[in-house]
Design a protein around this ligand. Structure first.
Ligand SMILES: [Zn+2]
Length: 59
């Protein structure tokens, strides 16, 4: 067995082996999925946390 790495990194989205070009994911698709989740979560949390934008929802 090769001893290049102590363990094989896995894609956090689908669990497949990581591809170096797009790590820590296995593909660009999974990278986009993770990015989308992160951005959506951040936006939602910040948006519902405190309502400071009355510019659009007042009318
Ligand atoms: Zn993946």
């Amino acid at each position: 067995m090769p001893q290049s790495e102590p363990f094989e990194p896995m894609c956090p989205i689908c669990g497949k082996p990581v591809v170096e070009a797009v790590r820590p994911f296995c593909s660009r698709r999974c990278a986009n999925v993770d990015l989308g989740r992160w951005l959506t979560g951040q936006y939602r949390v910040r948006h519902t946390s405190n309502a400071t934008g009355d510019d659009e929802a007042t009318e």
